[in-house]
Write a protein that binds this ligand. Sequence first.
Ligand SMILES: O=P(O)(O)OC[C@H]1O[C@H](OP(=O)(O)OP(=O)(O)O)[C@H](O)[C@@H]1O
Ligand SMILES: Nc1ncnc2[nH]cnc12
Length: 181
Amino acid sequence: MSVDEIYIKANIKAVHDWPKEGVVFRDITPLLQQPKPFRMVIDALTQRYINHEIDRIAAIDSRGFLIGSVLAYNLNKPLILVRKKDKLPPPVISESYELEYGTATVEIQKGSCNKGDKVLIIDDIIATGGTMMAASTLLKSQGAEIMEAAAIIDLPDLNGSTRLQNLGIGVYSLCAFEDEN
Ligand SMILES: O=P(O)(O)OC[C@H]1O[C@H](OP(=O)(O)OP(=O)(O)O)[C@H](O)[C@@H]1O
Ligand SMILES: Nc1ncnc2[nH]cnc12
């Protein structure tokens, strides 16, 4: 593990049995409350993508907005909002999916991207990968190519990153929590 990874992980809190029994919720609030680890996250993602060919950044509602919007500003790229159901004005397209602790629907506005656009998807965490997959389905339906799906945290035990990779979507995360500790 790199020094940055150790530091980022140390600023993410494990909340056991929330929002339901058996779930270990990875809370990024401590990381956001301190400039140093938050800057580490943004700087690491900026460095990774600064020389990549990216046309747009898609950030996922709501924790993904916190990272995706700052990254879009740093990289000077247009931002696409992947929002929870009924938040965006029409015309929208929708995709439903399973979460670790429920079900959800995400939407993007029609015309959010152009055919052939290379889109980087950003969220705080990849758990089952359902949210990233739904976002990718919506973006692809508009003709986009998914350049990569990136998050602060990967939970490999929930297989989300593997499921995304099996669909041909490249995945990048800054840290992983391998078990329930
Ligand atoms: O890989 P998955 O199993 O799809 O889970 C990851 C998603 O779950 C959380 O979002 P949540 O729906 O809890 O919303 P929030 O960001 O508004 O808290 C998280 O922010 C990711 O978007
Ligand atoms: N274990 C978890 N911690 C934080 N956010 C999540 N989203 C889905 N699973 C999660």
